[in-house]
Design a protein around this ligand. Structure first.
Ligand code: FPP
Length: 239
């Protein structure tokens, strides 16, 4: 477990990969891999909240995930609804604040209502900021921000030379939050898959081999400990 005084990342982002392979390994339907993945998610959220991580961002459903088979998309949507309905009270009691990253307009009505209700209910909480990326794509997010800035310029409310990082970041789903410090992708895949491309600019990257359903708080604690040993230079030289 973690030692006190280790440097803790403020913002951890996780690409929860490997549910499908886990299901295959256990000769189960892919939906059961995702269900097991939600159990892991629950444990990791609880742990992140307990150790005092400020922001945890989880990639639950990408803009590309709609291309999966209809039954798999339906299973994921059902799990998302179940999660928000069954966990919201405990999350709220633990002062977790939920924000959805992504275009929720395209979600089915029940899911959209459930996630908006969760955001609304928890909006004044001061504990862990839990970002759940749903129908999220980083390029979409960036293009939306660019379009909004272009509109402000067109309306005469902004000069192009006034466009700076702060104005741009204020238009991202993660507005007001720190950059990602640590990105973890499970299952031994080494890709970012359109997740928080701007926010990950200086993130430390970790790619544990373990499949997401097998990822435990011990793996997470190890990743946090390894992060504490990394030498972050942001383009400067080691001191
Ligand atoms: C990647 O595994 C995982 C996903 C595409 C979905 C992650 C979603 C959850 C863990 C549950 C739903 C979220 C909430 C908020 C309740 P994969 O299926 O791509 O794995 P594979 O590469 O082994 O096939």
């Amino acid at each position: 477990m973690r030692q006190k005084n280790e440097q803790l990342p403020r913002h951890v982002a996780i690409i929860m990969d490997g549910n499908g392979r886990w299901a295959k390994q256990h000769s189960l339907a892919v939906a059961l891999g995702h269900r097991k993945g939600v159990e892991t998610l629950r444990e990791i959220v609880r742990y992140a909240s307990d150790v005092g991580i400020e922001v945890l961002s989880l990639y639950a459903f990408s803009t590309e995930n709609w291309r999966r088979s209809k039954p798999e998309v339906a299973a994921l949507m059902a799990l998302i609804l179940e999660f928000f309905r069954s966990e919201i009270d405990e999350l709220h009691a633990n002062r977790v604040r939920i924000r959805i990253l992504g275009d929720t307009d395209a979600l089915p009505g029940l899911q959209r209502d459930a996630v908006h209700a969760a955001e609304q209910k928890t909006k004044d909480n001061d504990g862990l900021q839990l970002n759940i990326a749903l129908n999220y794509g980083s390029r979409d997010e960036i293009l939306r921000a660019v379009r909004a800035l272009a509109q402000q310029v067109k309306n005469g409310n902004l000069q192009p030379e006034q466009i700076d990082a702060a104005r741009f970041e204020a238009l991202l789903y993660t507005a007001g939050q720190p950059d990602v410090d640590l990105l973890i992708r499970t299952s031994g895949e080494y890709r970012l898959s359109n997740f928080l491309l701007y926010q990950n600019a200086y993130a430390e990257l970790m790619f544990p081999e373990v499949l997401w359903p097998d990822f435990t708080v011990q793996h997470f604690a190890q990743a946090l400990a390894d992060f504490g040993k990394r030498d972050r230079r942001y383009g400067g030289r080691a001191t």
